[in-house]
Design a protein around this ligand. Structure first.
Ligand SMILES: Cc1ncc(COP(=O)(O)O)c(C=O)c1O
Length: 332
């Protein structure tokens, strides 16, 4: 990837003169089953541009209540696009067509914010990287079409979902109005994302890219990394999933509180009890980095291209040891 970055052919991408960005946008659209794609610095920006072009100020947006758009984008839909965000209670990050229909408001009323946009997150971060089955995605899209709702896919980790479910990303992405894909997660790039959709919507997204301050210059040095990732880092995501499973099963065997059912992709969520900060620190001392989650006693371990089989074995020793100490301190 470093070599691809170093050798990238570049130009001014704002003028659409960067051949590497242009190629990535072509490949990205194809990969996501859409007409066109626009290269952006981050997936947050991709989501925010999508919502900006799909909704109008005063419209309502439906998302799962622990979705990244809901919890981790600083109220962006309200701040940037004037959208009222309504959080649906999900099960494993998913919601049903009935829940969508139940939140559709009377568009003729002069009092209520009309429901206009729905956003799906796949894989769903806060539920532990869980995957939407294709049939459920198709059902949500069909409901949105029937009720004239726009539908966005926050597919920041779409490749994980595709690999886990054995369905091509293009098949998952093609029915949505807009799709976000992030290159700086499992795909292992330093930065970058795309938004994809119809030619008409992507013309609006290109304006959004400037409006949100995401128009760059010789961005081919980054797009080259993303092209490299599409060629070399897609299939290997299965290894991350296998390692997450090995980690989860080993931790469960060691008596650590892990929900094995939750482990569908590259996240392992560990319930460490009330002294979460202490547990994280003790894991860090043993060379294992985990992050917090929205659930107060739960931490998240992630497998990715810099985590090898030996690292999983190290974590399988370090995590139970760190938690044993936590438990011992708690008992005092
Ligand atoms: C589901 C989801 N969408 C979007 C994002 C935003 O990605 P970025 O950090 O590239 O803005 C994240 C980041 O964790 C995420 O988990």
């Amino acid at each position: 990837m470093r070599e691809a970055i170093a050798n990238a052919r570049v130009g001014d991408e704002q003028k659409r003169e960067d051949p590497t960005v242009n190629e990535l946008e072509r490949r990205g659209a194809e990969f996501l089953g859409q007409d066109e794609a626009v290269f952006l610095p981050t997936a947050t920006m991709a989501n925010q541009i999508a919502l900006h072009i799909l909704g109008r100020p005063g419209d309502a947006l439906l998302v799962e209540r622990h979705a990244h758009i809901m919890l981790s984008e600083l109220g962006g839909p309200a701040a940037h696009s004037g959208l009222l965000t309504i959080g649906l209670q999900g099960a494993n990050g998913r919601f049903s067509p009935e829940q969508v229909v139940a939140e559709i408001r009377d568009r003729t009323s002069v009092h209520v914010a009309p429901t206009r946009v729905v956003a799906v997150e796949n894989t769903h971060n806060s539920s532990g990287g869980r995957v939407w089955p294709l049939a459920e995605i198709d059902a949500i899209i069909a409901t949105c079409r029937e009720h004239e709702l726009a539908v966005h896919l926050d597919g920041a980790r779409l490749v994980n979902a595709a690999i886990a479910s054995g369905v091509e990303p293009a098949r998952i992405g093609r029915g949505f109005d807009t799709v976000t894909l992030c290159f700086s997660k499992g795909l292992g790039c330093p930065l970058g994302a795309v938004i994809a959709g119809s030619a008409e919507l992507m013309a609006a997204a290109r304006r959004g890219k400037h409006f949100f301050g995401g128009a760059m210059r010789q961005a081919g040095i980054v797009a080259a990394a993303a092209l490299y990732a599409l060629d070399h880092h897609v299939d290997r995501i299965a290894d991350d999933h296998a390692r997450a499973r090995r980690l989860a099963e080993g931790l469960a065997e060691a008596g650590v509180n892990v929900d094995l059912e939750q482990v569908e992709t590259n996240f392992v969520q560990i319930d460490v009890g009330s002294d979460r900060a202490g547990a994280i620190e003790r894991m860090r001392e043993r060379g294992v980095l985990v992050s917090t989650t929205v659930h107060p006693t739960v931490v998240r371990a992630v497998t990715h291209l810099d985590v090898a089989d030996e690292d999983v074995e190290t974590a399988l020793e370090a995590i139970p040891a760190a938690l044993t100490r936590t438990a011992a301190l708690r008992a005092r």
